[in-house]
Design a protein around this ligand. Structure first.
Ligand code: FAD
Length: 400
């Protein structure tokens, strides 16, 4: 299938990666992104296993490595910043808490954008409002721009994808994991070294600080909570909520709370997974978090997005009919996604104990796991299933 015009909704990781591969096979894409540019923010994301292989095949592995945050590892600390357990980046064979190849989400999105912008039309500050899927194409309405018709539409607009809702109604379920997480970028302080630091406070609250390669620090605040619609609050309301929830937490929490007002790179989400019975309907397909978000806890979101984009574009190139291509994409990706979405038991509660006793037990458990001998055994259970897919080779289909 060459020469087709594909509309992609979302310009983070999955969208631009798909635009890259479609171009390799002689198809053109238009990417529409609701924000006014590539959205910055978020923390480090991991490229693991097949995700790293796809990055190699895209020719971006060196650029990713050059933009790596270079995080030395992660230390679990108490309220007085005393280290209770520490895992170097090489622990678990480079596939543990810190992956060997890590990059800020915004940096990777920008890298993919720069690699595709010459041959891809990017429309920022707009979004799809209606889809009319008919035999010859999909007529698409936008919030701002005029209607346009495309051969195919791909929803790559994240866990809360509104394109998914337009095309699939409420077929897909967003399964909450009982956790809210806020990410913000704050000024670097003398206490921020090259290690990420993670602090557990009672009542299932966590504050974590991670160094980045841009001279700032990435802060994370997460807390156990059933779904309450906080993800739909205004940003100022979310910040007020965090002040309330994290009041009284020690360690570096007061510093992070002080920086909330000034933080413009701020993102708060209800952590969850997307479970969808099918990933395509007619001429519309889904990709990345929109289709099969595994949650940041899985450590697999970015690898799934890159691998999914590679397979979807490759199968579109390999088949004359989009229907067959979508079917093959789903057959190849389903088992991989199922394994990524299979989280360890008691997630996320195990990493967010409610009591001081629970925090003490967690730290003891982590200190044991930090032992190199234990790690060799634990690796079988803790490493995300990043390699467990046979990546098809689509080289013969390239037109460039
Ligand atoms: C701001 C931000 C910060 C993140 N931080 C982290 C993190 O710290 N750790 C982690 O593991 N994962 C994080 N993620 C999620 C991570 O990027 C994904 O799990 C993974 O990389 C797969 O990416 P994706 O492209 O499928 O979806 P996403 O990265 O979620 O990207 C979706 C894109 O679609 C855009 N969008 C949303 N709705 C519409 C719409 N209606 N029309 C057009 N565009 C739309 C969004 O602005 C975004 O650019 C973050 C995502 C975002 C958007």
């Amino acid at each position: 299938m060459t020469g087709h015009r594909v509309l992609v909704s979302g310009a983070s990781i999955a969208g631009p990666a798909l635009a890259h591969w479609l171009h390799e096979y002689g198809m053109t894409s238009v990417v529409v992104e609701r924000h006014d540019g590539i959205r910055p923010g978020g923390q480090t994301v991991d490229l693991r296993g097949a995700g790293r292989t796809v990055a190699q095949r895209m020719g971006i592995e060196d650029a990713v490595r050059a933009a790596s945050t270079g995080e030395a590892g992660v230390a679990f600390v108490d309220a007085r910043d005393r280290v209770k357990a520490a895992f170097a980046a090489e622990a678990f064979g480079g596939e543990g808490f810190v992956a060997e190849l890590e990059i800020l989400r915004g940096e990777l999105a920008n890298l993919l954008y720069q690699r595709t912008r010459e041959h891809t039309e990017y429309v920022f500050g707009d979004r799809i409002t209606a889809l009319d899927d008919h035999t010859d194409g999909v007529r698409v309405s936008f919030a701002h721009g005029p209607d346009r018709t495309f051969d195919l539409v791909v929803a790559a607009d994240g866990i809360g994808s509104s394109t998914r809702t337009l095309a699939f109604g409420d077929e897909a379920r967003v399964v909450p994991l009982g956790l809210y997480t806020a990410y913000l970028t704050i000024p670097r302080a003398a206490s921020d070294g090259s290690w990420a630091r993670w602090h557990n406070a009672p009542r299932g609250r966590v504050v974590a600080l991670r160094p980045d390669n841009l001279g700032t620090t990435r802060a994370l605040m997460s807390f156990l909570c059933p779904p309450r619609g906080y993800e739909r609050l205004r940003t100022d309301e979310q910040k007020q909520l965090l002040r309330h929830v994290f009041a009284g937490v020690g360690w570096e929490a007061p510093r992070v709370l002080r920086e909330l007002d000034a933080a413009d790179e701020f993102y708060c989400e209800l952590v969850g997974q997307v479970h969808a019975p099918r990933w395509s309907k007619g001429r519309v397909a889904m990709l990345g978090d929109a289709a099969y978000c595994a949650s940041p806890i899985s450590g697999m979101g970015t690898s799934l997005a890159l691998v999914g984009a590679y397979v979807l574009a490759g199968e579109l190139a390999a088949h004359a009919a989009h229907r067959d291509a979508f079917g093959a994409y789903e057959r190849i990706m389903r088992p991989y996604v199922a394994q990524a979405q299979h989280l360890p038991p008691f997630t996320p509660r195990i990493a967010h104990p409610r009591s001081r006793l629970g925090i003490g037990l967690l730290n003891t458990l982590l200190a044991t796991a930090a032992n190199p001998v234990v790690q060799r055994v634990a690796r079988r259970f803790t490493s995300p299933p990043a390699d467990r897919i046979d990546l098809p080779d689509y080289t013969r289909l390239r037109t460039r």
